[in-house]
Design a protein around this ligand. Structure first.
Ligand SMILES: Nc1ncnc2c1ncn2[C@@H]1O[C@H](COP(=O)(O)OP(=O)(O)OP(=O)(O)O)[C@@H](O)[C@H]1O
Ligand SMILES: [Mg+2]
Length: 282
């Protein structure tokens, strides 16, 4: 029996690609449960199937085996109950203004009946992402961070049940990234949308996620599911934050942090010594 707050269930999902003779097990035996309103982070090495999983949830890809269920109904294709935000800054329509991009989404999804209503809704979501006053600009007049804000507003404007985010802040500088992380938390609380967010960044996963799903590659599998109950806002300086960081770092196959720092110091010492030994020759 499905409990009321079960939003998404992934059951025994496999996704296999064939490139000529070559078989790629992009995803193998994925089982996950996501509750309504949860913030889920997926982290793992390149090629472990993170984007493939989001595409299966979005309905852009069909699982080879198994299924994805949204509120008990098997997903058979794309739908406006699941909207995607990508890493690429060029995901907006360049021939539409900021406002036009959102109005267009509302029009094609037949969400809102009149042009006036569509404009009002678009303005509401632009305000939510901090872009009130930028409605008439074109995408080429925006910074990368602003483009991502528009993409988030556009996705939210059709009121999806699930927001799928594939490394949306991956190409931003550290400061913009940190600001957008904070704002995304605010927006998530305001809209109560369920978020599935892919990242390569351990700190980002811990700042954002209620659950952090750590993947491994070849085949793409769930290695561990970490419940993240740290109180918000989360500070990377906190002790319990560092403990989760170490755990994920290790799961991803890295050496422990002390070892990395030790090695960094050794390299620095070696470089300094070399520079010193070069001095007499200068
Ligand atoms: N359409 C496709 N045809 C063939 N192979 C594919 C296809 N899409 C993905 N793959 C393969 O499936 C595996 C998983 O790819 P995917 O893009 O899901 O990884 P990822 O975890 O998102 O990687 P990254 O972190 O680099 O974005 C890779 O080996 C990739 O080459
Ligand atoms: Mg990817």
């Amino acid at each position: 029996m499905v409990s009321n707050n079960e939003e998404l269930v992934i059951e025994n999902l496999d996704k296999t690609y064939y490139l000529g003779e070559r078989r790629i097990n992009a995803l193998e035996r994925i089982n996950l449960q996501v509750k309504t309103g949860e913030f889920i982070n997926i982290i793992g090495p390149s090629g472990c199937g993170k984007s493939t999983l989001l595409r299966c949830i979005a309905g852009f890809e069909k699982p080879t085996n198994g299924r994805v269920k949204l509120r008990s109904n098997e997903i058979k294709g794309p739908g406006i109950d699941r909207m995607m935000v990508f890493q690429d800054f060029e995901q907006l329509f360049p021939w539409y203004t900021v406002l036009g991009n959102i109005v267009f989404a509302l029009k094609v999804t037949k969400m809102i009946a009149t042009a006036k209503e569509r404009k009002e809704i678009a303005k509401h979501y632009l305000k939510m992402v901090g872009l009130a006053g930028f409605e008439d600009l074109y995408p080429h007049q925006l910074s990368g961070g602003m483009k991502q804000r528009v993409a988030i507003a556009r996705a939210l404007s059709v009121q999806p049940r699930i927001l799928l985010m594939d490394e949306p802040f991956g190409s931003l500088d550290a400061m913009t990234r940190s600001t957008l992380q904070e704002e995304l938390i605010r927006i998530w609380k305001e809209t109560k949308v369920t978020i599935i967010f892919v990242t390569h960044n351990i700190e980002e996963a811990i700042i954002l996620g209620d659950q952090i799903i750590v993947f491994e590659a070849n085949p793409g599998r769930v290695k561990e599911v970490i419940k993240n109950t740290l109180s918000r806002p989360r500070s990377p300086e906190a002790n319990d934050f560092s403990q989760i960081w170490e755990r994920i770092h290790k799961l991803l196959g890295f050496k422990n942090r002390e070892r990395v720092l030790e090695e960094r110091n050794l390299i620095r010492l070696f470089q300094e010594e070399r520079e010193l030994s070069l001095l007499p020759h200068l």
